[in-house]
Ligand binder design. Structure first.
Ligand code: FAD
Length: 317
C-alpha cells in the first residue's frame, strides 16, 4: 500500500487536532505516516500521540537548521523525505505557512496541488468549498505526487492503532533556503481560552457589539468557549484578525456556534456554516443569520448575553 505523508501540526511537540484529522483522512488513501519537524527530544511524545490515529511511521526531522527560517527549509526537508518513496499523497493542515510550503513542494515535484480541501476520498478526489461556501467542487491531482492542504475540522478524528515507529530522517538544508531568517518572534499572550479552530464551542461578536466585547467574552468563559469575531468587528479594530471567522478568516466547525450582533453575510457564513448547532442573538428579526440558525433570539445582545451567562454560571455553581 502506498504511503501518505502527513505534516504534523504542533506547538513545541504538542500535537494539534488538525493532525489527527489529516491522519484519519490519510487512512482512506493509503498507509498514514506522520512527519514531525521539531526538536528530536519530542519525537517519541509525538509518536505516542499520532500512533493512536493510525500513523505507522513517524519521521522525525531535526529542526535545528530549520526553525529560525521561513518556509523554504521545510519544503526542502519534505522534498528530501519524499524522494524514492511510493507516495499516494502529501497532506498538510491548511495554514498560511503550510499553503506556501505546499506550493513550493508542488513546484519541486512538478505535481498538482489542491489547497483548502474539506474532504478526501479513497481515490484522492478532494472536495473544496469555494465562492464563500456557495459552491462545492471536487478535484483530483492527475500529475505527480498529490500535494493537498486540508482545512481544520474537515474530518472527525478517528482512533486507529498504528505502529508509530520513530524513524529519524536527516536533511541537508541549502544556503539558498536559509536566506530568509526570523529575527524575532514573541508568543501571543495566553487567553486561557481554547484555540478558535479547535474549540467545541465558539461565541462570536459582530458590529452589533458596538465594540463592547465584554458580554461575548463573559459568555465564552462561562461555556469554556473560544471567542470569534466578524470582519466588521475586526476591521473596526475591536478584535485581532486572528479571531476573524469567515471567508478571509478562520473556518470553524464547533458543536455550538453563537453569533451575537452578526448579520450573517455570506462571507461570514463561509467560516461557520458547518457548525453543528447555531444560535444567533440579533435585535433585527429580519437579519439573514436567522435563516440558518437552530435557535434564534431577537433582542439586544447587551441584555441577552449577560442574562444567559448568569444562568449558566448559576447552573454550574
Ligand atoms: P453587520 O452586517 O453590520 O451586522 C451587524 C448586526 O448586528 C446587524 O444584523 C444588527 O441588526 C445587529 N445588531 C446591532 N446592534 C445589536 C445589538 N445591540 N444586539 C444584537 N444585535 C445587534 N465578514 C466576515 O465576518 N468574515 C470574513 O471572513 C469576511 N470576508 C469577506 C471577504 C470579502 C471579499 C468581502 C467583500 C467581505 C467579507 N466579509 C467578511 C464582510 C461581510 O460581507 C460583512 O460585511 C460582515 O460579515 C458584517 O459583519 P457584521 O455581521 O458584524 O456587521
Amino acid at each position: 500500500m502506498s504511503e501518505v505523508l502527513v505534516l504534523v501540526d504542533h506547538v513545541a511537540g504538542t500535537v494539534k487536532k488538525p493532525t489527527y484529522e489529516l491522519l484519519t483522512l490519510a487512512g482512506r488513501l493509503g498507509e498514514p505516516s506522520a512527519v514531525f519537524i521539531g526538536g528530536t527530544d519530542a519525537g517519541q511524545t509525538v509518536a505516542d500521540a499520532v500512533k493512536a490515529y493510525g500513523a505507522e511511521k513517524v519521521y522525525v526531522i531535526d529542526d535545528t537548521d530549520i526553525r529560525d527560517h521561513l518556509v523554504a527549509p521545510k519544503a526542502e526537508a519534505l522534498q528530501q523525505l519524499a524522494a524514492g518513496k511510493d507516495l499516494a499523497a502529501i497532506l498538510l493542515p491548511s495554514t498560511a505557512e503550510n499553503k506556501e510550503i505546499a506550493g513550493r513542494l508542488a513546484v519541486k515535484f512538478g505535481s498538482g496541488l489542491i489547497t483548502d480541501a474539506v474532504d478526501l476520498e479513497a481515490d484522492g478526489t478532494a472536495t473544496q468549498s469555494v465562492f464563500a461556501g456557495s459552491h462545492t467542487l471536487t478535484a483530483k491531482v492527475t500529475t505527480g505526487i498529490p500535494v493537498i492542504t486540508v482545512k481544520p475540522n474537515s474530518a472527525a478524528p478517528e482512533k486507529s492503532a498504528g505502529a508509530g515507529a520513530v524513524t529519524p530522517f536527516a536533511v541537508t538544508i541549502s544556503e539558498a533556503a536559509r536566506s530568509a531568517r526570523i529575527e524575532d518572534s514573541r508568543p501571543r499572550a495566553a487567553t486561557g481560552r481554547p484555540e478558535l479552530t479547535e474549540a467545541a464551542i465558539v461565541v462570536s461578536g459582530g458590529r452589533g457589539t458596538g465594540g463592547g466585547f465584554g458580554p461575548v467574552e463573559d459568555l465564552a468563559d462561562a461555556l469554556g468557549a473560544a471567542v470569534g469575531a466578524s470582519r466588521a468587528a475586526v476591521d473596526s479594530g475591536w478584535m485581532p484578525h486572528t479571531l476573524q471567522v469567515g471567508q478571509t478568516g478562520k473556518t470553524v466547525s464547533p458543536q455550538l456556534y453563537v453569533a451575537a450582533g452578526i448579520s450573517g453575510a455570506i462571507q461570514h457564513r463561509a467560516g461557520m456554516q458547518t457548525s453543528k448547532t447555531i444560535v444567533a442573538v440579533n435585535k433585527d428579526e429580519e437579519a439573514p443569520i436567522f435563516d440558518m440558525v437552530d435557535f434564534g433570539v431577537v433582542g439586544d445582545l447587551h441584555t441577552v448575553l449577560p442574562a444567559l451567562t448568569e444562568d449558566i454560571n448559576n447552573l454550574k455553581s
